[in-house]
Structure formats: C-alpha cells, structure tokens
Design a protein around this ligand. Sequence first.
Ligand code: UDP
Length: 371
Amino acid sequence: MKRIITVLGTRPEVIKLAPVIKELERRPHMFESIVLATGQHDELLKQTLEVFKVIPDHALKVMRRNQALASLTSRIIQDIDKALKKYRPDAILVQGDTTTVMAASLAAFYNRITIGHVEAGLRTKDKYQPFPEEINRRLTDQLADFAFAPTEAARKNLLRAGVPKRKIFITGNTVIDALLQVSSFDKRETIPEIPPLQERMILITAHRRENFGKPFLNVFNTLLDLSRDLKDVSFVYPVHPNPNVFKMAHEILSGRPNIHLIKPVNYIDFIWLMRRAHIIVTDSGGVQEEGPSLHKPLVILRDKTERPEVVKAGGAILVGSSKNRIRQAVLRLMTDKDFYRQMANIPNPYGDGTASVKIVNILEEHYGHYH
Ligand code: UDP
C-alpha cells in the first residue's frame, strides 16, 4: 500500500485534483489517499471542496491579510514540511502553478519524497506572465518525478526545459474529468442572486495579479461601454474577492441595469453560467480549457497564454487589456454569426475526461512494477 498526499490550496486545484483523489480512493488495495489543504484561498477553497465532497485530512491556515508572497511561501514550506514528517507519504501530488504547488514541491524535495505534478509543462515563456505562476510551474516541473502533461505542446515544453523523457506522461487535463463529473449532477436552473437574464449573456471572470491596476481599469471601463452599446445583453460577473479586483469592479461597474456583479459561485453554478453564456470574457486559466468543451467562444484578457492550443484551434482570441481589441472581439462575436459558429465549434484540445484514470494508472504501474 502506498500513501499519497494530495496537496491543494486554491479553487482550481480542488476542481482539477478532485477527480484524481476520487480515483485514488477507488483503489484502496493500492493507495491510501490523504488530502492536505493549505488554505491559500480560504472561502473559495471551502466552497469548492463542498461541491466535490472532498474533506481534507489535514488543514493548514497559511493565509494572513495582505500577506506578501515571500511570507506565504515560507509559511507553506514550513507547515508542509511538518505535515510530511508526520505522515511520511510515499509521494505527493500537486496541480498547476500556485504558490502552494511550488512550496509543497520544495518541501517534498527536502524530505526526498516523490513528486507528481499534474498539469505540468504549461508555459508563456515570460517570467512575469502570469505572476508568480510562470515561475512556480517551471520550478515545480524541475522538482517533479512524474510530470503529467495535459497536451503535446506541454510535453515539448518539458523536454525543452531538460525534463527527462521518462518522467513525462501525456494525460489530458483533469479539468475535463471534473467538468463531466459535475455536469452529471448539474441540476441548477437559476442563480438566486441574479434576476431573469436577457436571451444573450456575456459571462466575465477576471482576477490575475498582473492585471491589477491600470489593465483592469481599461478592462472594466471597456465593459461599461459595451454594456451601453449592447443594452439587450446581460453581463454576469462573479467578482473575485481579492480587494484589488473587488473594489475597482464595484466602483466602475455597479449600478448598470444589465450588469450583474455577484459573489463567486460554486462550480455547479459556474458550469450553469458557462452553459447559459453566449460568450465568455476571462483572464482565468481553467476557463480557457472549459470553454471549448461547452462550445463557448472565449475572449481572453491576457497578452500571453500558457494555453495556446485553444487559440490555435480558433476557440479563443487574445485581447489583453486593450480597449480596442476587447471591443472588436466582443462586438464581432455578438454580430457575426458565422464567425461565432466557427469559434464555438472547435474540437477540445484538452482531453476527453480520462486524465485522472490515466494518472492513477501510471502511479499504480510504477509502484506495482518497481516496489
Ligand atoms: N470558477 C468557479 N466559480 C466562479 C468562477 C470560476 O467555480 O465563480 C471555476 C472555473 O470554472 C474554473 C476555475 O474556477 O474551473 C478557475 O479558477 P480561477 O479562475 O480562480 O483560477 P485559474 O484557472 O485562473 O488558475
């Protein structure tokens, strides 16, 4: 029996690791699954754990108000180090590119514990975009013993970074597993917080650190203008609780009859909102992978993306925070039906919902054969 600690700290990590945790739990003859939550996002983490009915075995409380990255990082390393000494796992699993991922991997390395990195190999090749995630994932990929790459492009990035071939496995992205699992228990028909919506709705999410300040000022003012031009369209925006986003979004966008600023919704409701949306305007990572599965064109509020597959396939347009580019993309999608249809109907480059089974099969085979 191998003891695996899955470490998670934020909403997307729960969404993308829940299917892996469930798969480990399905094989109790082989694995003992322990879930460790760092609490890097407190409220959003709780909301998402509830949806997937994942109950952490060990919870850290690493968040402090307005905490600097250095302090968050060192706290996570120290607290995870203690947990690893207590549980002595055979391996840890981390997902993505948060500070939790990088710090947990470093703590595991110090304890000579095997590391599996889910969603390895994503790159923008710009160390500050996204910040600090690009560096978090590069470091984690160097530390990992298993690099679970979602796509061929991610595998190539890993090879270019010097990660040995034998450590790299293409699995697809576990977000598709999560999306399919949650869609099967998706019964929601309305969100209590919002009034009946117009026939066409634009869904918005925005929270990236590198967009704080002037970029968000541009984005929010452009959305305000668009809401005046498109009076028969509803705009729904679950606002991220980070004060750098929350304050400016409310100052600029509240009070318009067709803009609905709501609290972050749980994953079941968010999938309902994505399905209900005509297009999605976002700077989120995960939403770029979910959009093509749900046939929703994406307008991406970033200059660079580590998910080039969806842009290359024609399902997303990169617009950064430029007023003209955001306006052009949104207005074209709202008026040009052929363009819309083309963007909505691309094959999903991120997998088919079997990534978590593949990942656990790889671990099982490894431990079955070598130990
Ligand atoms: N999401 C959610 N509720 C919301 C907004 C987003 O459940 O109100 C989901 C979304 O479907 C995606 C994930 O959260 O799977 C993305 O999280 P986030 O944008 O925080 O992080 P990123 O993907 O950019 O790392």
